[in-house]
Design a protein around this ligand. Structure first.
Ligand SMILES: C[S@@+](CC[C@H](N)C(=O)[O-])C[C@H]1O[C@@H](n2cnc3c(N)ncnc32)[C@H](O)[C@@H]1O
Length: 336
């Protein structure tokens, strides 16, 4: 590609986000999962404008989400199947989160670059995760979106670190419990506590119950800026610290430190920013999540040195650092 083609390709790539979002919102994959259908059948089932839906389907065919067959019929590809609802590898809610909830926030990136502040706060007046407490429908999308991403990574994370030596494990800001469930499955004699804000607790309780783990897992509504449960062997925080600036991240870690016995372990599951970014897919993904944390929360990804300094300021020393295939690292820290 010439430089101009390359630039225009990057610039215009965002149409795919909205095409995927429209497909996810209309549940096209659920309608196609049993087999091919015509665009008219799909339009009747979703009650949308038939001609426009046909154009959307043909556009989705160009990005390998569906395949166009003779006689105006369309079938799902392997990529398109990920848009189906409630399948084990579904990413439908993540697509809705990006295409609907994060889209206007990203549209104000320039505000965050100028000020270092969250564009979501600019748009909603709400800090951190407060908007979810007031808006159950958005909380539902967010929690399911996080659950889908964490399901993708959980096996890798649990395989990369020996959780079997712990008897009591707390997942701080544990969302709907996908990581805690994976840890408890790998550690049959361990018990778990999941702490999160009220918006996540019903879903977490249901998920852990359906996973057959309610006998070993307890879900507690709590605020990690106030306190976390004391006396456990391991404190796991996945994708939590990157949501907060240093001051607030420090407060969460200090509360963990206060709750932790001397021989317990803190385990952060986070992406680590390398010193130098190149144009590889991995580094693009890191840059994207870093800016996404900026626009959404006024926060960002950290380097190893950043984590070392943050942990030290909260009374920890860095232990082992383990990387996984899904770009997450497990950062083990010991109370000092
Ligand atoms: C990015 S999500 C990560 C969820 C989960 N650890 C995962 O990786 O799937 C951050 C989580 O922190 C929770 N959280 C935010 N503020 C909190 C607070 N003050 N106290 C407890 N949990 C909080 C959110 O509700 C959300 O579930």
């Amino acid at each position: 590609m010439s430089p101009s083609q390359s630039l225009l390709e990057l610039l215009h790539g965002n149409w795919a986000t909205q095409a995927l979002y429209a497909a996810a919102e209309l549940k096209l994959a659920d309608l196609l999962i049993e087999g091919p259908k015509t665009s008219d059948e799909l339009a009747a089932a979703t009650q949308v404008h038939a001609g426009s839906l046909r154009r959307l389907l043909r556009a989705l065919a160009t990005i390998d989400v569906v395949r166009e067959l003779p006689a105006n019929r369309f079938e799902l590809t392997a990529t398109g199947q990920l848009l189906a609802d409630n399948t084990p590898d579904s990413l439908r809610h993540w697509v809705i989160w990006w295409g609907h909830n994060l889209w206007p926030v990203w549209g104000n990136l320039i505000f965050s670059i100028k000020t270092g502040r969250s564009a979501r706060t600019l748009l909603t007046g709400s800090e951190g995760f407060g908007h979810l407490e007031r808006d159950p429908a958005t909380a539902d999308v967010f929690n399911k979106a996080m659950a889908e991403l964490t399901t993708l990574a959980a096996t890798d994370v649990v395989g990369a670190y020996d959780f079997t030596r712990f008897r009591q494990i707390v997942d701080v800001g544990g969302g709907h419990g996908q990581l805690l469930a994976a840890i408890l499955r790998a550690s049959p004699s361990a018990r778990g506590i999941l702490v999160d804000l009220p918006h996540a607790i019903e879903g977490a309780t249901r998920y852990l119950h359906d996973a057959g783990l309610s006998g070993r897992a307890q879900c507690i509504a709590g605020d990690f800026f106030e306190a976390v449960p004391g006396g456990c062997d391991a404190y796991v925080l996945k994708s939590v610290i990157h949501d907060w600036d240093d001051q607030r991240a420090s407060r969460i870690l200090e509360n963990c430190r206060r709750a932790m016995p001397g021989n317990s372990r803190l385990i952060l599951v986070e992406r680590i920013m390398p010193t130098h970014l190149d144009s590889s897919m991995e580094h693009r993904a890191l840059a994207r999540t870093d800016l996404s944390m900026l626009v959404a929360l006024g926060a960002g990804e950290r380097s190893e040195a950043d984590f070392r300094a943050l942990l030290s300021s909260a009374g920890f020393e860095l232990g082992r650092l383990v990387t996984t295939e899904m770009a997450y690292s497990l950062i083990e820290a010991l109370p000092r």
